[in-house]
Write a protein that binds this ligand. Sequence first.
Ligand SMILES: N[C@@H](CCC(=O)N[C@@H](CS)C(=O)NCC(=O)O)C(=O)O
Length: 291
Amino acid sequence: MTDAYTPPKVWTWNKENGGRFANINRPTAGAQFDKDLPVGKHPFQLYSLATPNGQKVTIMFEELLAAGHSGAEYDAWLIRIGEREQFSSGFVAANPNSKIPALVDRSGPKPIRVFESGAILMHLAETFGAFLPKDGEARAETLSWLFWQMGSTPYVGGGFGHFYAYAPVKIEYAIDRFAMETKRLLDVLDQRLADNRFLAGEEYTIADMAAAPWYGGLVVGNTYEGAEFLQVHEYKNVIRWAEEIFARPAVKRGRMVNRAFGPLENQLRERHDASDFELRTQDKLEPAEAN
Ligand SMILES: N[C@@H](CCC(=O)N[C@@H](CS)C(=O)NCC(=O)O)C(=O)O
């Protein structure tokens, strides 16, 4: 157990807490400087970074385009969250919560902003009538698993990942609590996938696109270098599901977009055209933070 901490009567912001995200985290919201967002030529303008939350949306765009929805053309602009770009006036106008991903849908007469990755997936699915079953059990299952992912994953990222990989001190209580919850969530998924090819059943949907970057990342990508600690090889159905999804060409492309960290061959920092995947240049690369 770590030393006991007695909270003071009133919490105050300790800027020097030494945590990995100390330079970007603060207890207030809103723009910190004036800067507009760039706007490209396509109907959809995405402002993002290839963290698992960012990947969900670029996977969806690439899947829509691969399925023949040519109206889903998009510009994907890189937001370097480690450089605080999510606090510009332009970004905050697109997402008052200052987190990637943020989308501006310019396909209609008036630009529409959409924030929260789950809301963006639903917006696109409904716009194109794709990857979200229209009714009945399959639709209910898709939405249930989509919201399950949105609600559960902060325990994995902000809980397990933060305290196991990023916190400046290793706190046994916090790591125990969130490792247990992460393993429980992996077991929920494993049991569901024992009898179902995809989360909603036979059909590949936005629920899979939302969950695979997170839970697939844990079991086949060694996210937070926690694979051995969490004994992820136990979740055989999750591994089978993640491998099938990660092998899809659209998913491979989607996971590269707005990636500015990791092996260079996996990076496409910005995407403005389908040909960018072939033409990508690897100059001016610098490490970026991933939450
Ligand atoms: N619930 C949000 C979470 C988004 C989120 O946590 N984004 C992180 C990167 S994965 C971020 O932008 N962090 C920057 C910050 O906290 O300042 C969603 O799913 O869109």
